[in-house]
Design a protein around this ligand. Structure first.
Ligand code: SF4
Length: 253
């Protein structure tokens, strides 16, 4: 059900203040969505300074990089947090892989969105159940799909709960400065020219200066580079299973 629009949004664009506002206004019905990106690690650091018991959830798609798992466990120990992991529905993943193989997402935009829907979008919806707000590491600078992002907004895709994006105006240099100054654990793929890290088969390193998300689904056009976690309109989430194309060879090369 959509939340009543009586909430006074904070008059600040400072990341730490936005995190504090979110936690003070909504805890325990607010959680930080975490993929163990630089952004997410910085946000956890800000959150646990306000509340050591701040809630952090993550989605294990089953296709993450080993480096991401290692970073997740380093972060768990560093911040002394219990990460709320969510997995995709086993029966949906089994059906997808049995019917279409392990790399169906290479075959079409619809097939890619189907995989993201099963492995990310559905678990996210479950993770958000019962929450009044969520905190994300989205930044405007990351891609053309995120240029109009606000620091605080209603999330129409997820029942009108509040979506807080404390780093919306942060630049990459600012983020690195925060990570180094606070000596925070980070995903080592960043040391290998990765700029935005998702699932292993759908993420690659980028050239210096390239848009951060150009290494995600690099075979698609830029306006499609969202996995469905952060679309602004419900209809932009693929809801129908894509059909496997006969004779397609499922290769990730
Ligand atoms: S990023 Fe790739 S592997 Fe991960 S859920 Fe989306 S399509 Fe599937």
């Amino acid at each position: 059900m959509e939340q009543k629009r009586s909430i006074q949004f904070p008059a600040t664009d400072k990341a730490e203040e936005l995190v504090r506002w979110g936690l003070e206004a909504f805890h325990p019905q607010v959680a930080l969505a975490c993929s163990f990106s630089l952004e997410d690690v910085a946000l956890i650091d800000m959150a646990v300074q306000v509340r050591p018991d701040a809630r952090v959830f993550a989605i294990d798609t089953g296709r993450l990089n080993e480096e991401t798992y290692r970073c997740a466990d380093e972060a768990r120990k560093h911040f002394k947090i219990a990460v709320e992991w969510h997995f995709p529905k086993r029966e949906d993943v089994e059906r997808l892989e049995r019917e279409k193989g392990l790399y169906s997402f290479r075959e079409s935009l619809e097939a890619r969105q189907e995989c993201c829907r099963i492995r990310k979008v559905e678990p996210l919806a479950r993770a958000l159940q019962g929450l009044k707000a969520w905190i994300t590491g989205l930044r405007q600078e990351q891609s053309i799909t995120r240029g109009a992002l606000k620091a605080v907004d209603y999330d129409q895709v997820h029942g009108g709960i509040i979506k807080i994006n404390p780093l919306v105006l942060w630049k990459s240099e600012q983020l690195w400065d925060y990570i180094r100054r606070r000596k925070l654990p980070y995903n080592r793929l960043y040391d290998r020219s990765y700029a935005s890290i998702g699932c292993e088969p759908c993420t690659r390193a980028v050239a210096p200066g390239a848009e951060a998300r150009s290494g995600r689904w690099w075979w698609e056009s830029p306006e499609h580079k969202e996995c469905g976690l952060h679309v602004r309109e419900p209809e932009k989430i693929a809801t129908k299973p894509a059909r496997a194309r006969p004779g397609m060879h499922n290769s990730h090369k």
